[in-house]
Design a protein around this ligand. Sequence first.
Ligand SMILES: [Mn+2]
Length: 153
Amino acid sequence: METGTLGEVVPMPTPSMEDYLERIYLLMSEKGYARVSDIAEHLGVHPSSVTKMVQKLDREEYLVYEKYRGLMLTKKGQKVGKRLVERHAMLESFLRLIGVDEADVYEDVEGIEHHLSSNTLDCMTQFVEFFEDKPELMNQFREFREQERASEE
Ligand SMILES: [Mn+2]
């Protein structure tokens, strides 16, 4: 991942549209297709909500949806979907680096990912890149954290 690519300013869809696009992009890359029922199951929503959102994403040219043929991401949809998935992955790396419990990582990313400015995303990306490149510094931070936790007990 190149520094700065996540914070690049391009018009982004609304938070819930982002969740759908992110999930559709993942399903397409894992299985080659994304069915309304699969999307509904993964997002924990009713299939009729998926159909509504998919129609909206179609109107905004993120994908092409035909009722009996399924959906295909457009170039724009693929580009945005990829960035959403990369942003999610970077945020997971960030939370792991600062020591967040594994059990909280996924839900916390889902909670914050739509609400960070592009500058903040760039800063976090740089932070992750810096520390992933310097494991000895990371270990110093881990030791510091463990001491802090031990002294709290
Ligand atoms: Mn996500």
